[in-house]
Design a protein around this ligand. Structure first.
Ligand SMILES: [Zn+2]
Length: 511
């Protein structure tokens, strides 16, 4: 006999409908899965057999063929267990004719334990979003209940195979998936900018970075406050829109992080250690997972000790920094994960950290300094809009410095600048940092007297043509923070100061 159940799978970050067909024929006992399954799907056999038997049913000793269609999409993961097991029960006549109606308009997702329990799986939210607006019902693992509720699709929670079989036969009920209780926003958990004394220049750069979604690199000796500033950066960014939150939550769901079934409603702050592999940073693997760059989507990726990251990891950042997505290629297909993060990188000026320090002596040779800096290649630096040098603050100065401005005051200005950009780019999440060449010419007309500033930057300081585009983008954000429509000469002059690594002489070493 033949049975057909509906389920879903993931292609990249989007759900696709899959039909699980089970055919039972007489003949020698066998179990075959076709339709581009991966190893986890093939292994479903052992779990399905045990779960069916331990749920009080007989497993047919016949020839069983499972077909997952359409065949061109690679089937990954363990969530096909439940539809396959139900298909076997239906095709062997164990759940009665009445089940056919419910089977037709329900989607099933779930991994089975050997005792027949239904286990939670990764990627439930993005799979369910494919059903939005179709009026379908989905049966999902009870452990994914809260995450499923976020999707807005009618979902029922499954705890055991037996329970789902009884529901299909009209002999039992399944509970509706309920949303997780509201959680207090964690905004106040981010430490406040006011705790960082001094470093007015770096703080101003952080404000510009937040306002235009510009990547930023902080260069300075240990103790200058690079990490302190970076860790407080999230509080300057505006709240996530619902669409942004949904996009980010999808990526967490695929990674199996599920965020305890809640919408990821605060901008992520990811802080991978420099020993991370390039695959973990960027994403990939035999069954692809989003990397740190995608988990930081719509939020902040903080890379401390930037030159200490492996060369392949640093170079792999090129694609997401340029295209705001990561493409992971596999044998049969390639998937793309969004990765629109704001990168905050931090580095010392030299291996020992004290080059240019007012009181400590640097122990590095010029060659060591050169080698250290060249670990961050030109193409990567080219993709970082703001480059800021911090100097160490002397204790005597530090003590007398007043408390800084609170994050909320800066965030207020940032939000105003972002609203101007939303109007300019007509909604969406576009920001000055993402301007194309045409948009740059349209929105960043060079003000009077600014051409000479740029000419000096190129001829005397050795700036490249590429960095001139960056200067204009930054100047645009500075003007937006001020709330003025046209660029002014002083905006351009200020922007030039945030490109210190572009100077032919590199980092200022004498301070
Ligand atoms: Zn040194």
């Amino acid at each position: 006999m033949l049975s057909k159940l509906r389920t879903l799978c993931l292609k990249g970050i989007d759900g696709r409908e899959v039909s699980a067909e089970v055919y039972i024929a007489s003949g020698l006992p066998a179990y075959v899965v076709v339709g581009l399954p991966d190893a986890a799907v093939k292994e479903a056999k052992d779990r399905v057999v045990a779960a069916v038997r331990n749920s009080g049913f007989d497993f047919p000793s016949k020839r069983i063929t499972v077909n997952l269609a359409p065949a061109e999409i690679k089937k990954t993961g363990t969530h096909f267990d439940l539809p396959i097991a139900l298909g076997v029960l239906a095709a062997s006549g164990k759940i009665g004719q009445k089940a056919a109606a419910r089977m037709g308009d329900t989607f099933f997702i779930g991994e089975l334990a050997l005792d027949g329990a239904v286990r939670p799986v990764a990627g439930v939210l993005p799979m369910l979003l494919a059903l939005k607006g179709l009026g379908a019902t989905a049966v999902v693992p009870a452990g994914n209940s809260a995450e499923a509720a976020v999707s807005g699709v009618k979902c029922l929670a499954a705890s055991t195979l037996k329970g789902v079989a009884a529901w299909l036969a009209g002999e039992g009920e399944l509970e509706c998936c309920a949303a997780a209780p509201e959680r207090k926003p964690a905004a106040d958990q981010i430490p406040d900018m006011s705790e960082v004394k001094g470093q007015a220049f770096a703080k101003r750069a952080m404000e510009i970075a937040a306002a235009g979604f510009h990547n930023i690199i902080l260069v300075g000796p240990p103790g200058a406050g690079k990490s302190m500033l970076a860790k407080r950066f999230g509080a300057l960014l505006p709240p996530m829109t619902f669409d942004e939150a949904l996009e980010t939550t999808k990526l967490y769901s695929i990674s199996g992080l599920g965020a305890a079934g809640r919408l990821v409603s605060e901008r992520p702050f990811r802080e991978p250690h420099h020993t991370i592999s390039d695959a973990a940073l960027i994403g990939g693997g035999s069954s692809p997972r989003p990397g740190e760059v995608s988990l930081a989507h719509n939020g902040v990726l903080f890379l401390d000790e930037f030159p200490e990251f492996s060369r392949p990891a640093i170079e792999a950042l090129r694609e997401p920094l340029e295209a705001w997505k990561v493409t992971v290629s596999r044998v049969k297909e390639s998937v793309a994960y969004p990765a629109r993060f704001l990168m905050v990188a931090a580095m010392n000026p030299c291996p020992c950290g004290y080059l240019g320090h007012p009181t400590r002596e640097c122990a590095c040779t010029p060659l060591q300094v050169h080698k250290y800096r060249s670990r961050v290649s030109g193409p990567i630096l080219d993709r970082i809009d703001l480059q800021v040098q911090l100097s160490a603050v002397k204790y005597s100065d530090w003590e007398s410095l007043p408390k800084g401005e609170p994050s909320s005051a800066v965030a207020g200005r940032v939000l105003k600048a972002i609203e101007i950009q939303r109007g300019r780019f007509k909604g969406g999440t576009r920001a000055n940092a993402f301007m194309t060449g045409a948009e740059l010419r349209l929105h960043c007309a060079l003000p009077e007297g600014a051409a000479s500033v740029l000419e000096t930057a190129m001829n005397k300081l050795g700036f490249s043509a590429r960095s001139l585009d960056k200067i204009l983008k930054i100047a645009r954000t500075i003007a937006d923070l001020e709330g003025v429509p046209a660029l002014k000469r002083e905006h351009v002059i200020e922007a030039v100061q945030y490109r210190m690594l572009d100077r032919a002489s590199g980092l200022a070493t004498g301070i």
